[in-house]
Design a protein around this ligand. Structure first.
Ligand code: UD1
Length: 307
């Protein structure tokens, strides 16, 4: 049993992590400013957690939230790439400086581990696949740059400030509670939403592009493993399945599960899209004993069941 802080705990991934921590008997505090997170996401555990409303930009608030905590899971961030293109300073402010605030507060309170949620976006459009943690980094957006800075602050605190940290680079996370409402939402949440409304999903390009879709409960397990494994300190881990899935296969699976049109609405490719992206997750397997367990179609069924 540990005292935990989850920043961004009202978000899509954060709320699933909070539920898992509550289930295992930890004391859980959530810091969230509800800019993209929602109270509703925490409805099942509202009576079991301490909820602090505030931003990671607010140093005093962060210190208050981190007082006495042993484990910090840092998920609060600007999560939208297009938003970061429109507001690069804001992305830096939240994702880089906000992380610095959380690291400083965690160190002051003597936390024994901080786990950062990072992203495969740090690899950018460099074409070698699968991505290993040694693959070249070519961040292509303020979002990716700010996340890479956050990663580097984590390494620095691990090496020089006495706070053990671990970094998780998520590939394409999906599952219940992912917000489908924006044009830049994850493709799975958009397709589920469209098919449920009887509409025809759009596929940008020929649909043969691939992504490494990892189910949210597996991402939660990766966080728990990164927090509980001493050897994870100072390391960066890819969190993906290692199995690329095409957008055409995704469409076919969902159309079968939900009923709907036999063919998608093919559109021109989305500017800036990369064709293939998938992880080599073997380091996480070796060091954390973690690998993705939820099979793709099983994850889709769970996503739909809760949609
Ligand atoms: C993800 C991020 C993106 C970031 C990129 C960098 C999300 C939601 N997107 O993009 O902001 O730049 O990582 O690593 O996290 N697609 C369709 N129809 C749709 C929506 C998407 O065909 O309605 C296609 C896209 O063209 C793409 C694939 O589905 O080829 C996946 O799209 P998306 O879910 O946005 O993820 P990424 O492209 O990996």
């Amino acid at each position: 049993m540990s005292v935990c802080l989850v920043t961004g705990g009202a978000g899509f991934i954060g709320s699933h992590l909070v539920e898992a921590l509550v289930r295992r008997g930890d004391t859980v505090r959530v810091l969230d400013d509800f800019s993209t997170g929602q109270r509703q996401n925490l409805a099942a555990v509202a009576g079991d957690i301490e909820l602090i409303e505030g931003s990671i930009e607010d140093e005093a608030r962060v210190q208050q939230a981190a007082a006495g905590v042993e484990l910090v899971f840092h998920l609060a961030a600007m999560v939208s790439v297009p938003q970061s293109m429109a507001q690069p300073r804001r992305a830096e402010q939240l994702n880089a400086l906000g992380t610095l605030n959380v690291l400083t507060a965690a160190q002051k309170s003597g936390a024994r581990r901080l786990v950062l949620s990072s992203t495969c976006a740090v690899y950018g459009d460099e074409p070698s696949m699968p991505k290993t943690e040694q693959s070249p980094l070519r961040p292509k957006s303020p979002y990716a740059v700010s996340k890479l800075t956050a990663e580097q602050y984590c390494q620095l605190f691990n090496e020089s400030f006495g706070l053990p940290t671990a970094v998780l680079r998520y590939f394409n996370v999906f599952g219940p509670r992912q917000d489908p409402s924006s044009a830049y939402s994850g493709v799975i949440s958009i397709f589920v939403d469209k098919l449920a409304q009887g509409a025809t999903p759009k596929i940008f390009g020929d649909g043969e592009q691939t992504r490494d879709f990892v189910f949210v409960s597996d991402v939660v397990q990766a966080n728990l493993a990164a927090a509980g494994t001493p050897a994870a300190a100072g390391q960066v881990f890819n969190i993906g399945t290692g199995r690329p899935v095409s957008i055409n296969r995704l469409f076919a699976s969902l159309a079968q599960l939900l009923g709907g049109p036999g063919t998608p609405d093919y559109q021109p490719p989305r500017p800036g899209d990369i064709v293939h992206s998938y992880a080599d997750p073997s380091l996480a397997a070796r060091v954390l004993g973690w690998s993705a367990r939820v099979e793709f179609e099983a994850g889709l069924r769970q996503t739909i069941g809760a949609a």
